[in-house]
Ligand binder design. Structure first.
Ligand SMILES: [Mg+2]
Length: 339
C-alpha cells in the first residue's frame, strides 16, 4: 500500500471510528463514566435515554462522518473543491437524512441550508454560522492537500462559506484541515502536526465574517497544557471537559479534539477512547481528533476488527469509504488541483 493510500484511508476511517466510538457517550462526563462503569473500549449502541443517539446500533456513524463523506463525494464528482461542490455536498446529505425533521442537523447547517433552499446567494447563507459543523466535516479537505497546509487552509475557508462563514468557525475548520495536510506526510512528528493545526487556527481567524468567540489557537494550547499536566487520565479529561469544553462551540470542540489527540500520542484507537469518555459532543470531538490521528498513523495502525465493524454498518457501507479514498487519491493525482 502506498503512503498516500495508507494516509487517506486512515483519515477517512479515523473520522468514522471516532464518530461511532463517541456516539453512545452522554453529554455529562460523570454520567458516561457511571453508565459504562469506566472506559468505553468498544463500539456500543446509543443508549435508550440518550437525547439524540437513542436507538442507534453499535458502530453507527453520525452526521459528522456522513457530511464529511458527502462533501468528499461532491469534490470527486466536481473534480475539485469549490463553493458549488460544498453546497451540493451539504444539500445532498441534508435531503438524504430528511433534514427538515431530523434531530441530527446542527443549528448553523439548518439555517444555511434553509436559506440556500430559498435561493439565497451562498456567500450570504453562512454569515451566522458559528458552530462545530465547520470543523467536524472538513477532514477530506485536509486529505486532498498532503504536505500543503496553505492549500488546505484556503480550501477549508471556501467550504465553510455556505453554512459557517464566520471567523470563529473557519478558524476551527482551518486548524483541522491544516493539521491533516501535514499529518499526510511521511515520518512527520505529532508536534509538527499540532503546530500546523495552530497555524491553521490563526490564519483561519482572519477569514470570514468577524464574529464573537475566543481563540481556537489559544484553546489548543490550553488543552495540551492540561493533558500534559499532572493527574490521572480521568482527572485530566475532566479538566478538559470543565475548562476547554465539549459543547457545539468551535474553540471548545477543536481545542478538546487536539487535547485528546495529544493525550493519546496520536494513536487512533486510544484517541477514540479518550474522546468518548470526554463526553459532551463526544462523537464530534472524536471524529475530528481521530481523522487527524488516522491521517497521522495511517490505516495500517487500525485493528482489523474495528475496520470490519465499521464496514459492516449499513450507513457507512452505503458511502463506500474505500471508493471515496480512491476518488480523493485520483483528485490529488490530477493536475487541476495543483493549478
Ligand atoms: Mg454527530
Amino acid at each position: 500500500m502506498s503512503t498516500l493510500t495508507n494516509k487517506i484511508l486512515g483519515g477517512l476511517y479515523g473520522q468514522a471510528m471516532g464518530d461511532a466510538w463517541g456516539m453512545p457517550a452522554y453529554f455529562d462526563i460523570d454520567q458516561t463514566w457511571e453508565a459504562y462503569g469506566g472506559w468505553i473500549t468498544e463500539f456500543l449502541p446509543g443508549p435508550a435515554d440518550h437525547p439524540v443517539h437513542f436507538g442507534l446500533p453499535a458502530g453507527r456513524i453520525t452526521d459528522d462522518s456522513e457530511q464529511a463523506f458527502s462533501l468528499a463525494q461532491a469534490f470527486i464528482r466536481h473534480g475539485e473543491v469549490s463553493l458549488q461542490a460544498a453546497v451540493e455536498g451539504i444539500m445532498t446529505w441534508y435531503d438524504r437524512v430528511g433534514g427538515d425533521t431530523s434531530p441530527y442537523v446542527g443549528p448553523s447547517t439548518r439555517r444555511g441550508v434553509n436559506a440556500l433552499k430559498r435561493g439565497d446567494d451562498p456567500h450570504t447563507t453562512g454569515l451566522w454560522g458559528d458552530t462545530n459543523g465547520a470543523p467536524m466535516r472538513i477532514s477530506p479537505v485536509g486529505l486532498l492537500h498532503p504536505g500543503d497546509p496553505m492549500g488546505a487552509i484556503e480550501d477549508a475557508a471556501l467550504v465553510c462559506i455556505p453554512t459557517h462563514n464566520t471567523n470563529v468557525a473557519i478558524s476551527g475548520a482551518c486548524a483541522v484541515a491544516s493539521a491533516i495536510a501535514i499529518a499526510m506526510m511521511d515520518n512527520v512528528s505529532l508536534d509538527t502536526v499540532i503546530s500546523a493545526g495552530i497555524l491553521g487556527a490563526e490564519l483561519g481567524r482572519k477569514k470570514g465574517r468577524a464574529w464573537l468567540g475566543p481563540s481556537v489557537a489559544r484553546r489548543i494550547h490550553m488543552a495540551i497544557d492540561i493533558v500534559e499536566g499532572p493527574g490521572s487520565e480521568l482527572a485530566r479529561l475532566r479538566d478538559l471537559y470543565n475548562t476547554i469544553g465539549t459543547s457545539l462551540s468551535v474553540p471548545e470542540t477543536v481545542g478538546s479534539a487536539f487535547g485528546v489527540l495529544v493525550m493519546a500520542k496520536g494513536d487512533p484507537k486510544q484517541t477514540a477512547i479518550y474522546a468518548a469518555n470526554l463526553s459532551g459532543d463526544a462523537d464530534t470531538v472524536g471524529a475530528i481528533a481521530c481523522a487527524i490521528a488516522g491521517a497521522y498513523a495511517g490505516i495500517e495502525a487500525f485493528p482489523q476488527e474495528i475496520l470490519a465493524k465499521l464496514d459492516a454498518d449499513e450507513v457507512a457501507a452505503a458511502y463506500n469509504i474505500r471508493a471515496i479514498s480512491s476518488g480523493l487519491q485520483s483528485l490529488i493525482d490530477s493536475p487541476s488541483l495543483d493549478s
